[in-house]
Design a protein around this ligand. Structure first.
Ligand code: GRF
Length: 194
């Protein structure tokens, strides 16, 4: 079994979906945020999960920040990492240390619309279907082997908010399924796909 640390910067609704999954909750060793005010940390505290805040501004470089994060994860006993709205890019040495046990969730059908504002990018491009992707993290942003995807239709009149809300419904169902598989050590990697 692989225990996990969840890294989050924002509201933490994906974290909440993991907390609310009974088969996952006992394996959540740590919730780490890059800012002390992240609502994700409050959710973890309420669930009785250890938290740590690692402010970006306390560090001189990406490598330095990533090392602090990796050491906190090691101390927690977690060997798997789940990114859930974590807004910092981690250094290649961090990725190497935990690979392939690092997952990310992204609100588009990768490889379409990587990076920030994925929902807005999809709307601006006029796609009729977008969705959500869970992938293993490699050293490039929103790039590693795809583990699972769900499609979400774009409705006429959708705004970034309305579309993102429907994408999040899928995220909250999909991410716990994939994280559960990772906890059980079931993420076989084969070339570019999983
Ligand atoms: C999600 O939409 C996820 O796909 C993206 O960041 C968002 C995090 O949302 N990476 P939340 O903090 O889990 O609510």
């Amino acid at each position: 079994m692989i225990d996990i640390a969840v890294l989050a910067s924002g509201s933490g609704t994906n974290l909440q979906a993991l907390i609310d999954t009974p088969s996952i909750r006992p394996h959540l060793r740590l919730v780490l945020a890059d800012r002390a005010e992240a609502p994700a940390l409050r959710r973890a505290e309420e669930a009785g999960i250890a938290t740590v805040s690692v402010p970006w501004s306390d560090h001189e470089s990406r490598d330095d920040f990533s090392l602090t994060v990796a050491d906190a994860i090691d101390r927690s006993g977690a060997t798997g990492v789940v990114l859930a709205g974590f807004m910092r890019i981690l250094s290649p040495s961090f990725i190497e240390r935990f690979h392939p046990w690092i997952l990310n969730i992204h609100p588009s059908l990768l490889p379409a619309f990587p990076g920030q504002d994925a929902v807005k990018q999809a709307l601006d491009r006029g796609v009729k279907i977008t969705g959500v992707t869970v992938h293993v993290v490699d050293e490039l942003v929103d790039h590693g082997p795809i583990v699972a995807q769900r499609a979400v239709p774009v409705n006429p009149g959708d705004t970034v908010e309305s579309l993102h809300a429907r994408i999040q419904v899928e995220e909250h169902d999909l991410y716990p399924r994939v994280v559960e598989a990772m906890i059980q050590g079931r993420l076989p990697l084969a070339g570019a796909s999983v």
